[in-house]
Design a protein. Structure first.
Lengths: 265, 313
């Protein structure tokens, strides 16, 4: 496997505070990589910087061999990186069908003239997009909502819509910003299964998430950030065993934590 | 079904001059058609793209003056005048639109308002070109193939053909994927960018097309009046277009077309009570806005959605 995404020495400061202080990592093609860390560790800043939603101060981002450092968000999306947002974003007043169609339209060859005149090229593109949309809707189990405005869906269902939309144009990598935050626990399992199926079909994911259990079940590799620095990197088991990670999360080492628990019991 | 209804309505409007001998009624019909086109153009930028543009008033005025001056000063005719009005407005909109659209939505509204005021100042004060407050009276009636459209009834035919052509164009545009993208930009711009779409070309195109159509409508309208003066930039026109769009339902093509015709005719239908008709008109508008804050089309859509929601339970 080769790296689809290479991030090196990412730096970003807000008014003197170093949100990112030289973060480097890679995401292998066909893998699920997790990015975790306590609040304020720089997770969101990392994905906002690599997806072009924030300007980075220095560093380098390479997507499938193309240097995308500092490009604007829509060009990074066109290069093959699709992302979702922490606070779910869908087109609330458009149908699920339209939500998915819009996500793919920039990636087909139809021009404005084709769209205005409804040419053959436009109709072919629509047929292809429709086929992909049907598959994804089946996967997320929202078939009966296909022609209905997404505004009426639950928060968890909207997260699924955002996931499906990100997958529409066959991206090289999908970046998910907290895909299960605020989602009803009974639905988390559904999202987990959907992501596993998609990964088996060859999709690559980079997931930022607070839910450690969710990350350790899914991810092949986990990266831990703390205070703008990479604290640890490895498989879920390796991360679990790393005392520095526990310290960053709990403020203590496991030994102390255990003692405290015994004392309180 | 919608298309059949639309064609039937267009033919019904074509029949108006044959049904009424009254210059007054046919004149009201002419205004209604032209206002509906200008409102539909405002709907493209405001209803679909979500950008409240007061610059429409400026484009309407530029269109009126451009058409009149083409005929009176530059030796063209009505038809080239309307084309020039559309072309000039498209270019002006591209030039002023680019910086305006880079600002926040609120700043955009203020800068379009400023633009409209600026056009009105130019109309009044650039006396060498516009002849100032006196305006340009006695605009000659349009001619084509040796035929002179001199009566109100004949001019109605021009307004009818113009509005059918412009509304058909706007319908094809708004119902296309381009129209859907404009709605997406209005609803969630960061998501649009995350999906690889650059919002600026869409916004600029919508602004420019809206300007061109509004300008052409202004050109046709001044030849209906027979005069162009700085009153063409009276805020009354902007208010009329805006009310048509809001009552019809922002972002609904058919809602705005129906409300355009209905609201242009409403003050005339209330003539039975000359003293109170503008008060009644105002009351109807206020009640409509309270009862249906998202317009007639928005109200119908919410009912439809409630029904769907119930059926899914």
């Amino acid at each position: 496997m080769s790296a689809v995404l290479q991030v090196s020495d990412l730096r970003k400061a807000y008014a003197g505070v170093h949100a990112l202080d030289g973060v480097s990592f890679e995401v292998e093609g066909g893998s699920i990589t997790g990015l975790i860390g306590p609040n304020g560790s720089g997770k969101s800043t990392t994905i906002d910087c690599i997806s072009g939603f924030q300007k980075l101060d220095s560093g380098k981002v390479v997507l499938a061999g193309n240097d995308i450092t500092g490009k604007v968000s829509h060009l990074i999306a066109r290069a093959g990186m699709m992302r979702t947002f922490q606070t779910v974003r869908v087109y609330e007043k458009l149908s699920l069908r339209d939500n998915l169609a819009i996500a793919a339209q920039q990636f087909d060859p139809a021009t404005w003239v084709d769209e205005f005149l409804r040419t053959r090229r436009y109709r072919d593109a629509v047929t292809a997009s429709e086929k992909r949309a049907r598959q994804l809707v089946e996967l997320i189990g929202l078939q009966k909502y296909y022609d209905i405005e997404t505004g009426i869906l639950s928060y968890g269902q909207k997260k699924l819509v955002a996931l499906a939309a990100a997958l529409m144009p066959h991206p090289k990598i999908v970046v998910l910003d907290e895909p299960v935050a605020g989602v009803n626990p009974s639905r988390i399992r559904e999202i987990e299964v959907a992501l596993q199926q998609l990964n088996q079909a060859g999709e690559t994911f980079l997931i930022v998430e607070h839910n450690v259990e969710f990350i350790t079940t899914l991810c092949h590799k986990v990266i831990v950030l703390d205070q703008g620095l990479k604290l640890a990197e490895g498989t879920a088991a390796e991360i679990h065993a790393d005392s520095r990670v526990l310290e960053a999360y709990l403020g203590t080492t496991p030994e102390v934590a255990e003692e405290e628990m015994r004392a309180s019991a | 079904m919608k298309l059949v209804l639309a064609i039937a309505a267009a033919l019904a409007f074509a029949a108006l001059p044959f049904l009424s001998g009254s210059n007054y009624i046919v004149g009201v019909g002419t205004s209604a058609l032209i206002f509906t086109v200008a409102a539909a153009a405002l709907n493209l930028i405001y209803g679909f793209t979500g950008l409240l543009s007061f610059a429409q008033l400026g484009f309407w005025g530029i269109g009126g003056y451009a058409t009149a001056l083409t005929v009176v000063t530059f030796g063209g005719n009505f038809w080239t005048g309307v084309l020039a009005a559309a072309a000039i407005n498209a270019v002006v909109a591209l030039v002023v639109g680019y910086p305006m659209l880079r600002t926040s939505r609120h700043a955009f509204v203020i800068s379009t308002l400023t633009f409209a005021l600026l056009v009105s100042l130019i109309a009044r004060d650039w006396v060498d070109l516009t002849r100032g407050p006196l305006g340009i009276p006695d605009l000659p009636p349009p001619r084509a193939f040796g035929h002179v459209f001199s009566s109100t009834h004949q001019f109605y035919g021009i307004a009818w053909a113009f509005s059918v052509a412009m509304l058909a164009f706007l319908y094809v545009l708004c119902s296309s994927r381009i129209g859907r993208t404009l709605v997406a930009i209005k609803q969630n711009e960061p998501l649009v960018r995350a999906q690889g779409i650059s919002p600026m070309p869409y916004k600029l195109a919508a602004f420019s097309i809206s300007a061109a159509i509004t300008g052409a409508a202004g050109g046709v309208f001044v030849f209906h009046l027979g005069i162009v003066d700085p009153l063409i930039l009276d805020f009354y026109y902007m208010q009329t277009f805006l009310i048509i769009v809001i009552i019809g339902g922002t972002g609904s093509f058919w809602g705005v077309v129906v409300s355009g015709v209905a609201l242009s005719a409403l003050p005339e239908a209330l003539r039975f009570s000359d003293d109170f008709r503008m008060i009644i008109y105002g009351v109807i508008l206020v009640v409509a806005m309270f009862a249906m804050p998202s317009g007639v089309a928005g109200w119908l859509r919410e009912r439809e959605l409630a029904r769907l929601r119930a059926s899914l339970r």
